[in-house]
Write a protein that binds this ligand. Structure first.
Ligand code: OAD
Length: 251
């Protein structure tokens, strides 16, 4: 289906919607200068091996390498600014009756744009916790200006002296239970789901749009690439183009 037709139908669905879910992935932050994961040349997982950096086993093997890499990513996120897509999401939360924002991103650009409530399915780089006892770490988190992150000693837990790790979900780990429950509940309840800037390749997060669609919600993807089955409805182009356009049409 042509993007302009999908756009017009989506505006009508949003006007009539009781509950809208906005589900975001790395693509929404790409225009803020934060690398996605799977884009061929620039994606993080095309340059770095997640098995060396993003698993509990990797942290046990080389905590300095993993901590340094995440400190570097935290630095990049700290320097980035929310873009027009993040700002448009905030306006949608204000102009529609009920919006649930669910993100797979570990940056805080939705919050810094002004979103008060965001479900973070994959954790948040701005938080850290003990690898051993799980207690949150309340100290200042280091940054690293070294390109790609030089190895850095993780701080120690005040309670058990365990190593502090980033509070993000790694491969081989479960998602935060409460957040998953809220997200799945919202997916079952919504009548429109906007799936923005995600390849939809990581489960269980990727079940969320599928579930909404199975329950009869209007599912629209916003992506620079036309992904998935030909029956998928995709607004092809950057999120910073389509989201402000939706806001404008709803005003
Ligand atoms: P991916 O890197 O897999 O996908 C990013 C998607 O964004 C791709 O489909 C791009 O085409 C699209 N995209 C890029 N720029 C865009 C733009 N300006 N506007 C709209 N779309 C754009 O990232 P995710 O789907 O978020 O997990 O990846 C899911 C998870 O895989 C991440 O949360 C992370 C990773 O491993 C964890 O950290 C646990």
């Amino acid at each position: 289906m042509d993007s302009e037709v999908i756009f017009a139908d989506t505006v009508e669905r949003l006007r009539a919607a009781r509950h809208v879910v906005i589900f975001t992935g790395a693509g929404i932050s790409a225009e803020s200068g934060i690398a996605t994961f799977r884009d061929h040349l620039t994606g993080l997982w095309s340059q770095y091996d997640p098995q060396r950096l993003a698993t509990p086993a990797a942290f046990i093997r080389d905590p300095r390498l993993v901590w340094g890499w995440y400190s570097w990513r935290r630095t990049l996120v700290g320097k980035a600014q929310p873009n027009d897509a993040h700002l448009a999401v905030v306006t949608l939360t204000q102009c529609l009756p009920h919006v649930t924002v669910i993100t797979q991103n570990v940056d805080d650009l939705h919050e810094r744009a002004g979103c008060n409530e965001v479900i973070h399915l994959h954790g948040n780089l701005a938080r850290a916790r003990c690898f051993e006892c799980n207690r949150p770490y309340l100290g200042v988190l280091p940054v690293s200006a070294e390109p790609d992150g030089a190895p850095q000693d993780p701080p120690r837990c005040n309670h058990c002296d365990g190593r502090i790790r980033p509070d993000v979900v790694w491969f081989d780990e479960a998602l935060p239970e409460e957040d998953v429950m809220l997200a799945f509940r919202a997916a079952c309840d919504c009548d429109v789901l906007l799936s923005i800037g995600t390849s939809g390749s990581v489960y269980p997060a990727a079940h969320i749009p599928e579930l909404a669609s199975e329950q009869g919600a209007w599912l629209v993807h916003i992506n620079i690439e036309s992904t998935g089955a030909s029956s998928d409805k995709t607004l092809v182009g950057p999120a910073s183009l389509w989201l402000p356009k939706l806001v404008e049409a709803l005003a």
